[in-house]
Design a protein around this ligand. Structure first.
Ligand SMILES: [Zn+2]
Length: 303
């Protein structure tokens, strides 16, 4: 895949991460008082948004606002530089009160699909890193409290000198196909009629292809004979990397795992096309925001 063509939400960030600045204390201090610097507040894993005339926009603040909305030790993340070399930061604030009346903190999952595409990778990065910080305040080596360093990209333990970096979870997500048919499943917790790709976490010691084969066999009883990588998607709920593949399976009887799936069914290419368009009676699939939609669309288009 050519890099500019990744179709997935949360990809193609407009920011250069400028990782070499994360350890540059003087440069960071300067950026945090520069008038053009932009700061996006988060509270409880929710970004700050402003609604005007029915449209929703990110609530970017100037860096000068930091002192008034957050204590000095609030988690701060250097996100990178835009094309004009303007520094962008995110800050996780413990109390939303100072921003009341200006906007609101809202769930990215609920409004992400209506934001400009370029905002999503910025928010997804900040949300994933802040969720990791919130769950890793203590050292996994020795149990002592850790502190944030490197502009939000690392935690350090003063007691044992341990270094801890933000983690994310690799997840395989696949559409099993054979000939002109593809398999989609549904989980009990989903809204009635919703069908989507199969998915599961990659386990330690597993290649991605092996995880696809294992999950497809476990969930649907089908053997995979070829794995084609389609695209990947950072998915900040809370911090996964979705690895999207088309999985060619061997002919065989489908046997679903009742713990994982409520049901699964085969769709012809034509049925899948109608499903994507929301025109198939009794069934629907995830919206374009989700990689499952893009995988299915690609297969329907002949990929
Ligand atoms: Zn330690």
């Amino acid at each position: 895949m050519l890099l500019p063509h990744n179709p997935n939400a949360f990809t193609r960030s407009p920011l250069d991460r400028a990782g070499h600045r994360r350890n540059d204390a003087d440069w960071l201090a300067g950026a945090l008082v520069a008038s053009e610097t932009r700061l996006i507040p988060f509270h409880n894993n929710r970004p700050f948004v402003i609604e005007e005339g029915g449209a929703i926009a990110l609530g970017w603040l100037g860096a000068h606002a930091r002192v008034g909305i957050a204590p000095a030790d609030a988690p701060l993340l250097f996100l990178g530089l835009d094309a004009g070399a303007v520094a962008h930061f995110a800050i996780d604030i413990p109390d939303p009160a100072p921003l009341e009346g200006i906007g609101r903190f809202d769930d990215l999952r609920s409004f992400g699909a209506i934001l400009p595409r370029a905002d999503l990778p910025i928010l997804g990065t900040a949300k994933s890193v802040f969720e990791w910080h919130a769950k890793h305040k203590f050292c996994a080596n020795c149990g002592a409290a850790t502190r944030i360093v490197e502009a939000g990209w690392k935690r350090e333990c003063a007691a044992c000198k341990g270094e801890h970096f933000p983690r994310f979870d690799p997840v395989v997500i696949m559409v099993p196909v054979i000939g002109d048919k593809c398999l989609l499943g549904r989980q009990r917790a989903w809204p009635p009629g919703m069908h989507s790709a199969l998915a599961g976490f990659v386990e330690p010691g597993e290649a991605i292809e092996e995880a696809v084969a294992r999950e497809t066999l476990e969930e649907a009883g089908l053997r995979v004979r070829e794995v084609r990588l389609h695209s990947t998607q950072p998915w900040p709920f809370p911090h996964s990397l979705m690895i999207g593949v088309i999985a060619e399976v061997e002919a065989g009887e489908m046997v679903i795992d009742a713990h994982e799936l409520e049901s699964a069914r085969w769709f012809t290419r034509e049925e899948a096309r109608l499903l994507l368009e929301g025109k198939l009676a009794g069934a629907f699939c995830p919206p374009p925001f989700a990689i499952a939609h893009q995988l299915l669309k690609s297969w329907v288009g002949g990929d």
